[in-house]
Design a protein around this ligand. Structure first.
Ligand code: ATP
Ligand code: MG
Length: 250
């Protein structure tokens, strides 16, 4: 598979001098499903915000399909869709329809195309009947689905989810998870930050662990399960059971 994301020697220093990222190197192949975990403040959000130029490197470079993000921010934003943890801060539209239309309109697409994409995206996340409602009247889970629809309508090759399951009830988790898995099956590249590996790790093909602004592990998920707790990440329950079974069975 072709390489879609290249991160070379990426260092980020915030204006107050905090080193958010320290010499990150990461390559992602098209169509992969990468989960990123690590303790609070380890740099996960900072890293992913470099993918569409919300943050720019102090040192190093990020390339999407071979093009440095800094050279073409519009292209990067078209290729990389982000669903943030705090959905409220992401919502700008007066209605559900307008909110979803915002992204495609910014891409300069014509009205018919925008209408077509918004209608399809609303349907796909089950919000078609709420098209004229004010986004702020939606529940937390519905708002998350709304932001996912907004990203779907832009048809990005890469989808980034920062803690997509936080504050969702069980049906909400399942709905969002189904969307993410189906996007992966359709060939999108997925990068997902979570503290809760249990929900997604069996769908992922790669697990990256961060600590203090660095990538400290990068492997097939089950290769890392045993040492997760020493890296500040809770081990998925089912994998603990698996190891217990293995030890019982000798
Ligand atoms: N705007 C900012 N200004 C200064 N420092 C920041 C800023 N944003 C993040 N940081 C710092 O950068 C480091 C990495 O933060 P980041 O938000 O990327 O962590 P994270 O791994 O996403 O954590 P969490 O699991 O809590 O979301 C932390 O030390 C944090 O305090
Ligand atoms: Mg974060």
């Amino acid at each position: 598979m072709a390489t879609i994301i290249e991160i070379d020697n990426l260092t980020h220093i915030f204006s107050d001098g905090t080193k958010g990222l320290n010499n990150i190197n990461l390559t992602v192949t098209s169509g992969s499903f990468v989960v990123i975990a690590g303790s609070n403040g380890s740099g996960k959000t900072t890293l992913l915000r470099h993918l569409n130029g919300l943050l720019l490197p102090r040192e190093g470079e990020v390339r999407i399909e071979g093009v440095p993000v800094e050279d073409d921010l519009l292209a990067a934003r078209q290729k990389v869709g982000m669903v943030f943890q705090d959905t409220d801060s992401q919502i700008v539209g007066e209605t559900v329809f307008e909110e979803i239309a915002f992204g495609p309109e910014n891409l300069g697409l014509d009205r018919d195309e925008v209408h077509k994409r918004v209608t399809a995206a609303m349907k796909s996340v089950g919000l078609a009947h709420r098209a004229d409602d004010r986004p702020h009247l939606l529940s937390g889970g519905q708002k998350r689905r709304l932001t996912i629809a907004g990203i779907l309508a832009m048809e990005p090759a890469i989808l980034v989810f920062d803690e997509p399951f936080s504050n969702l009830d069980y049906p909400g988790v399942l709905t969002v998870l189904r969307h993410i898995v189906s996007l992966h099956e359709q060939g999108h590249t997925i990068l997902l930050i979570t503290h809760d590996l249990e929900k997604v790790i069996y769908h992922a093909d790669r697990l990256v662990i961060m600590q203090e602004g660095r990538v400290v592990r990068d492997d097939i998920p089950h290769h890392l399960f045993k040492e997760l707790e020493t890296l500040g990440v809770r081990q998925p329950c089912a994998s603990r059971m698996g190891y217990q079974l293995q030890s019982w069975l000798g």
